[in-house]
Design a protein around this ligand. Structure first.
Ligand SMILES: NC(=O)c1ccc[n+]([C@@H]2O[C@H](COP(=O)([O-])OP(=O)(O)OC[C@H]3O[C@@H](n4cnc5c(N)ncnc54)[C@H](O)[C@@H]3O)[C@@H](O)[C@H]2O)c1
Ligand SMILES: O=C(O)C(=O)C[C@@H](O)[C@H](O)[C@H](O)COP(=O)(O)O
Ligand SMILES: [Zn+2]
Length: 376
C-alpha cells in the first residue's frame, strides 16, 4: 500500500535559502510520512527516536508508513520527561544512530514532544557532523514551537539548553490527530507558547486567542488555525535571524524566568513543565515591566487572567513543593544565554504585543522584584 494523499494539510515554508523546509500541518500526516519524507530526502534508512508515552501510540503507524515506502527503520524509545534531555541520553542516541549505520543522507526522525525533538536534533547535528533530520512533533508545544527553527540541545545542572547546536530539520510533519491523546496539562503547557506569539508583537492574535481559547482547546478548525498562525510567526522570526543575533531573542519572552524555575525545580516534570515555566515567566515579565514603569499593570493582569483561564500556573506560589528562593533563581538567571558582558538581557514589554529586548537590566532590580514575589 502506497502512502495516501493528504488533501487538507496546510504548509508553512521556513525560508532559509538552501536550508529552507516545509512544515506540514494537518490530519493523517503520520500515515503519509514515508511519501512526504521521500519527496524531500533521498534516504534509505531512518532512525526514529521517541519516548515511552508516544511509542505505544504512534510508533507503529510511523514505522509502517516509512517501510511501505521502502525506508528501513530503527527505533529508540527513551523515558518521557524533561530529565531525558541529558548527556547520558545524548550518548545513548548517538550510539543508536551510529549502530544503525545511518549515513549523512539518511534521516534521524524525532517522534514526540520538544524533549525528544531537542535531544534527537542535537544527536543528528553531531553524528558524522550532521545527518538529515525530520521532526514529527506530537505535542502542541512541539507543533507550534520546538520543531521549527533548528534549536537543539540538552540541559545541564547549570541551566536549560546550555549545550546544543543549531541544526535545521529538512521537514516538519505536524499531524494534528496526535493532539487528541495529549493530557490537558500538556495541552495547556503548549498553549503558553501560542500565547507568546501574540504577546511578542501580534496584539490582534492575542485578542483572537482571548475570543477563541475554548474552541482551540476542544479541537477543530480554530485549533489548526492557531497552530498554523504560530508556525507562521516562528518561521518569519527564524528566517530573519536564524542564529539569534538580534530579533530571534524575542522568542525568549518569559523564558529567562521560566528556565530559572525549571532549573530550580530540578527539571522535574511532575512539578513544572517547560510551558508552565514560560506561562509564569511571561506574567513575571509583564509585572516586572510594570514595576519598571514600562507598561501598565493592567496588561499583566490581563495576561495572567488569560493564562489562568487556560489552566496554567501564573505565580511562583502555583508551583508544587517549596518555593524556589530568589538567590537560587538569580544564580540560574546569571547563566542565561542572553547574558552579555555579565549584564542581564530580558524580553520586556510596553504592553500586550509590544515586547522588546532590554539589555543591561540591573540585577539588583530583578532580585528586589523576585524577593517581593517570593514573599507574596
Ligand atoms: N528547540 C526549541 O526551539 C524549543 C522551543 C520550545 C521548547 N523547547 C523544549 O521543548 C521541551 C518541552 O516540550 P514538550 O512540552 O513537548 O515536552 P515533552 O516532550 O516532555 O512532551 C510532553 C509530554 O507529553 C507526552 N506526549 C507527547 N506527545 C504526546 C501525544 N500525542 N499523546 C500523549 N502524550 C504525548 C510526552 O511523552 C511528555 O510526557 C522543553 O525541553 C523545552 O526546552 C524547545
Ligand atoms: O526558538 C527560539 O529561539 C526560542 O527561543 C523558542 C523557545 O520557546 C524555546 O524554549 C527555546 O528552546 C529557548 O531557547 P534558549 O536559547 O533560551 O534555550
Ligand atoms: Zn519555549
Amino acid at each position: 500500500m502506497k502512502s495516501r494523499q493528504v488533501t487538507d494539510k496546510r504548509i508553512v515554508r521556513v525560508d532559509l535559502g538552501e536550508r529552507s523546509y516545509d512544515i506540514l500541518i494537518g490530519s493523517g500526516l503520520l500515515q503519509s510520512a514515508g511519501g512526504e519524507t521521500l519527496a524531500r530526502l533521498d534516504c534509505r534508512k531512518a532512525a526514529i527516536i521517541t519516548d515511552t508515552n508516544v511509542a505505544p501510540l504512534y510508533l507503529d503507524t510511523l514505522t509502517e508508513s516509512l517501510q511501505t515506502d521502502g525506508i528501513e527503520t530503527f527505533s529508540l524509545t527513551l523515558a518521557a520527561g524533561e530529565k531525558t534531555k541529558s548527556f547520558e541520553n545524548l550518548q545513548t542516541a548517538v550510539d543508536f544512530i551510529l549502530d544503525a549505520r545511518i549515513e549523512r543522507s539518511d534521516a534521524v526522525i524525532a517522534l514526540g514532544g520538544g524533549v525528544i525533538g531537542d535531544l534527537a536534533g542535537f544527536a543528528a547535528s553531531v553524528v558524522r557532523r550532521g545527518v538529515h533530520f525530520v521532526q514529527v512533533p506530537t505535542s502542541l508545544l512541539a507543533q507550534v514551537d520546538s520543531s521549527v527553527g533548528g534549536k537543539t540541545g540538552i540541559n545541564t545542572r547549570q541551566g536549560k539548553n546550555l549545550v546544543g547546536a543549531f541544526h535545521q530539520p529538512h521537514l516538519v510533519l505536524a499531524d494534528t490527530d496526535t493532539l487528541d491523546t495529549l493530557s490537558p496539562r500538556e495541552f495547556a503547557a503548549g498553549y503558553a507558547e501560542v500565547v507568546k506569539y501574540g504577546l511578542i508583537d501580534q496584539p490582534d492574535f492575542f485578542h483572537w486567542l482571548e475570543k477563541n481559547r475554548k474552541s482551540i482547546f476542544s479541537g477543530g478548525t480554530d485549533r489548526a488555525e492557531a497552530i498554523a498562525r504560530s508556525c507562521e510567526a516562528k518561521a518569519a522570526v527564524v528566517a530573519a535571524d536564524e542564529h539569534e543575533n538580534g530579533a530571534r531573542a524575542l522568542l525568549n519572552l518569559g523564558h529567562t524566568f521560566g528556565h530559572a524555575l525549571e532549573r530550580a525545580t530540578g527539571y522535574d516534570s511532575a512539578r513544572l513543565v517547560h510551558g508552565e515555566g514560560v506561562a509564569i515567566g511571561m506574567v513575571l515579565a509583564h509585572e516586572f515591566s510594570a514595576r519598571m514603569n514600562l507598561a501598565s499593570p493592567d496588561d499583566a493582569h490581563r495576561v495572567a487572567a488569560h493564562l489562568r483561564d487556560a489552566g496554567l500556573p501564573t505565580t511562583l506560589g502555583d508551583i508544587d513543593g517549596s518555593l524556589p528562593s530568589p538567590d537560587i533563581l538569580m544564580d540560574a538567571i546569571g547563566q542565561d544565554k542572553k547574558v552579555k558582558g555579565g549584564k542581564l538581557t530580558f524580553i520586556l514589554t510596553h504592553g500586550i504585543g509590544k515586547s522588546f529586548i532590554a539589555d543591561d537590566v540591573p540585577s539588583s532590580e530583578v532580585l528586589a522584584f523576585l524577593t517581593e514575589k517570593h514573599s507574596q
